[in-house]
Design a binder for this molecule. Structure first.
Ligand SMILES: Cc1cc2nc3c(=O)[nH]c(=O)nc-3n(C[C@H](O)[C@H](O)[C@H](O)COP(=O)(O)OP(=O)(O)OC[C@H]3O[C@@H](n4cnc5c(N)ncnc54)[C@H](O)[C@@H]3O)c2cc1C
Length: 402
């Protein structure tokens, strides 16, 4: 079983086959698969717990509705892993609170219907054959809370959400890795062979393999080996609204494609968000400001196509609203960087995610397969060398915000 602890001089590991920097859901999933491959694995996390930065600020959803083939190749097997989580981690009965309540991308703009129908065809071509195109009447028949103006939607019942806390803890418990918390990587030593050691605030770990899973800080970790990784961090805010009787708890993750605002039920209340296309890039940060007027802006946006929000917005009290923020990480083609970096032998990336919760299980498994040679770098569509090779994958999934 994996061990999560604040190391002392006595139990600080001096060596490891693989050191993973970053204990968000991506790093922890990577530690699970790497340690399960039989490698002595140490993860270092600077904060005092796992998944306490971006991952905990997400709305914890997953979907297979992606227009990018490389993302579908991560999302589909990741959902299978979520669906069989207890078996995968080997802990019978382990519960990640999975909800298959679906993802509904809807519009009231007739001009978007063609794009929606084409998207559904594309999903089917990628093997995600259970995505449906719904007419406005069909949307309202299934989801009576939707406005009469809605003219169409895409819907996949098997999309949904889960507990990222439970997934993270489950991957950690099901691994054989050591998770050193309150331990920050501050440098990476290299020699003629490549990566040699990771320097941390509690000591140095000799290793020939390092995985950069530092989330919004991945660019800073890249600089430790002289790389300037093409990563951009952009703040995204979310709102939690305390339980209200009008919020249908059986609703899907519901997106207004015209203004890119969304909501989903959560423990009697709801989580809401808006992917603001004009939010500027910001420096990686552990503490992010939130906008006092963000809840009002989001409510105004979601009530357009889910009108029951209007009544709630009118009577909502300040103490029933909580806003928080994290950062999406974008790359030049909005798809993550996964795999070895040839300039620095032994240095691997697993970063550049704007939807890292839902892609983390398979992204972590892929890193393990690349480290152990079970996957050839050229078979990995998300290899970090792709831009130098002139490959920029087409992007444009709904709600990517870029
Ligand atoms: C509002 C919002 C909603 C979102 N909703 C979703 C969603 O519904 N579904 C989805 O899939 N994604 C969603 N995302 C995106 C998702 O949260 C991220 O893509 C995902 O959490 C990234 O995980 P991570 O492990 O890479 O990063 P993080 O969770 O940030 O983990 C990185 C870790 O690295 C640590 N670290 C950094 N530098 C160092 C160092 N030098 N030494 C040691 N440790 C270090 C950090 O402390 C941090 O814990 C959302 C994000 C936001 C902000």
């Amino acid at each position: 079983m994996g061990q999560i602890y604040v190391p002392t001089a006595a139990d600080f590991p001096k060596t490891a086959d693989v050191v993973i920097i970053g204990g968000g859901i991506v790093g922890v999933a990577t530690a699970f698969w790497v340690s399960r491959a039989g490698l002595d694995t140490v993860l270092v996390e600077m904060r005092d717990g796992l998944s306490t930065l971006t991952t905990t600020n997400s709305v914890e959803c997953f979907r297979a509705q992606f227009l990018e083939q490389p993302l579908v190749e991560l999302a589909k097997p990741s959902i299978e892993i979520f669906d069989n989580f207890a078996d995968v981690i080997g802990i019978p009965g382990y519960d990640i609170s999975i909800h298959h309540q679906g993802y509904l991308f809807m519009t009231d703009d007739e001009g978007m219907l063609d794009a929606l129908q084409k998207a559904v065809q594309q999903y089917h071509a990628y093997g995600v054959t259970d995505v449906e195109f719904l007419t406005g009447d069909e949307v309202r028949r299934r989801f009576p809370f939707v406005a009469p103006t809605v003219v169409g939607a895409t819907f996949r019942q098997n999309d949904g959400w889960l507990s990222t806390h439970e997934v993270t803890q489950g991957f950690a418990k099901g691994s054989t890795a050591k998770f050193l918390i309150s331990t920050k990587a501050i440098g990476i030593q290299v020699d003629a062979q490549g990566v040699k050691a990771v320097e941390t605030t509690r000591g140095t770990i000799a290793t020939r393999v390092v995985v950069n899973a530092a989330g919004p800080f991945a660019r800073i970790v890249g600089k430790m080996v002289g790389l300037d990784l093409p990563l951009e961090t952009v703040r995204r805010q979310k709102v939690f609204i305390a339980p209200q009787p009008e919020i249908p708890q059986d609703a899907p993750f519901t997106v207004d494609l015209v203004n890119e605002a969304y909501w989903r039920p959560e423990v009697g209340g709801a989580l809401l968000g808006w992917v603001d296309p004009d939010e500027p890039p910001s420096e990686p940060a552990e503490t992010l400001p939130v906008d006092w007027d963000f809840p009002a802006i989001v409510l105004e946006k979601v009530l357009r196509l889910s009108p029951f929000w209007e009544e709630i917005a009118d009577r909502l009290k300040r103490e029933e609203v909580h806003v928080s923020a994290g950062q999406y990480v974008y790359t030049p083609d909005n798809q993550p960087l996964i795999g070895p970096v040839p300039e620095v032998p032994g240095f691997y990336l697993n970063c550049g995610f704007w939807a890292g919760v839902m892609l983390s299980p398979e992204a972590g498994r892929r890193v393990a397969m690349l480290i152990t040679g079970q996957m050839k770098p050229e078979d990995n569509l998300l290899r970090p060398t792709r831009y130098a090779e002139g490959i920029y994958h087409p992007s444009g999934s709904f709600l990517s915000g870029h």
